[in-house]
Design a protein around this ligand. Structure first.
Ligand code: UT7
Length: 379
């Protein structure tokens, strides 16, 4: 059923930290090389944040609101999409609410790992369509660098920090998210996990914060291509739209080879795909909105453009949104909120974290919390 009310995207803004960590920087302390990382992932650089996730999210949101010509007091809902929350309680969206001064806004976190922005955008759109709120800010944010196990080359080269936000406003015109497919390939949920950060580990043998990144890269790779490709095909079919009608794909950026495979399955040439993985790495929940803001800045989104946004992440959650852009592709205003300068290089920031980590790496021993044991699955 076509909704009478829609949720137009009227503002957009990003907060990408200035400190750049190159492949060469990584090879100063890991057994890796620019050649391996470039060939296997397409990544050349990523950002390392000197600010907290809430600070990045607040700057991105402030820029998105100025772009939409709105004040913080206009916001009725803040959705904070990401999985690197500083604390479980209070939630991070409330931290953005208070920093923005958006005192009228409801504030909720959505954590579906890398797909958190897509799930959040879908949720906020539905809340506008159903009349619960009229104006929302949806954020995709991740500050991963403090949690990464910098001794693990399988993981450490893949990720970067960043944030971006969009503003949604109720409208009668058929724009914003016009098609949604969300899903979860939970059978493979054990293939992508970060152990040690959840409450299930509290008061056990490990200290909270000793995160172990336990990924099966090839399994995730295969399931990511399957999940994103299937979601793209379904969302296009349900909307009655052909791949030829898609003006730009703005995908999750985990690996250039995954993006190329998804584009190939969809029958969409790489000239119609926004790629940012070479400059930011995988910023998890932030990859899609940051790529969207970059695409707008580079003039790759025209009035009325049809955008396809596929993603996947821990869970293994996946999804694809179809977005009809409105008539405006330029900001109405600029935020006065600026990013505080960073007085250290990215490598210096990383080395500060490394100095607090065990140089011999981390062991999975003792980290299997019964809460997460799959043997507890009900039969
Ligand atoms: O968004 C959620 C998280 N995203 C992902 O997990 C991404 C999905 N997976 C992938 O993108 C790819 O699987 C990776 C980029 C993670 C790995 O690429 P791959 O082509 O699947 O390589 P692989 O895991 O099969 O490893 C191949 C070799 C191994 O060495 P051996 O066993 O063949 O001797 C690894 O030890 O590459 C080695 N290797 C590295 N070598 C240099 C793994 N990481 C590195 C590294 N530098 N950073």
């Amino acid at each position: 059923m076509t909704p009478a009310r829609h949720a137009a995207i009227t503002g957009w803004g990003e907060a990408v930290p200035p400190a750049i960590l190159t492949n060469e920087d990584l090879s100063t302390f890991l057994d890796t090389s620019d050649e391996w990382i470039t060939k296997r992932t397409g990544m050349k650089e990523r950002r390392v944040s000197h600010l907290s996730a809430i600070e990045l999210a607040t700057i991105a949101s402030s820029r998105a609101l100025a772009c939409a010509g709105l004040d913080a007091s206009d916001v009725e809902l803040i959705v904070y999409g990401g999985c690197t929350n500083e604390e479980a309680v209070p939630n991070s969206a409330s931290g953005v609410q208070v920093a923005l001064g958006a005192t009228r806004a409801a504030a909720m976190d959505v954590n579906t790992a890398c797909t958190s922005f897509l799930y959040g955008l879908s949720t906020a759109t539905a809340m506008i369509q159903s009349g619960v709120v009229r104006t929302a800010v949806v954020i995709g944010v991740e500050v991963i660098s403090p949690y990464i196990d910098w001794t693990n080359r399988n993981i450490a080269v893949l990720f970067g920090d960043g944030a971006a936000a969009v503003v949604l406003q109720a409208t009668d015109s058929a724009e914003g998210v016009i098609g949604t497919v969300l899903g979860c390939d939970a059978e493979a949920r054990q293939s992508l996990r970060v152990r040690g950060l959840g409450c299930g580990y509290a008061n056990r043998e490990v200290s909270l914060g000793d995160a172990i990144w336990d990924f099966d890269g090839p399994v995730i790779f295969k399931r990511a291509v399957q999940g994103m490709s299937g979601a793209c095909a379904r969302v296009l079919a349900e909307a009655g739209v052909s791949a030829d009608q898609v003006d730009l794909v703005v995908p999750h950026q985990a690996n250039l080879r995954i993006i190329e495979a998804v584009a190939q399955y969809a029958g969409i040439g790489m000239d119609r795909v926004m790629v940012t993985v070479h400059r930011y790495g995988n910023m998890s929940a932030a990859t899609v909105p940051v790529s969207l803001v970059d695409a707008l800045r580079e003039g790759r989104v025209a009035p009325g453009s049809l955008l396809l946004m596929p993603g996947f992440g821990g869970g293994l959650t996946f999804g694809a949104l179809l977005v009809r852009w409105g008539q405006r592709v330029t900001p109405l205003g600029e935020s006065t909120m600026t990013m505080p300068p960073c007085d250290r290089s990215a490598l210096e920031l990383v080395n500060e974290v490394r100095a607090r980590q065990d140089p011999h790496g981390r062991s999975l021993k003792g980290l299997m919390s019964p809460v997460f044991a799959e043997s507890r699955r009900p039969s």
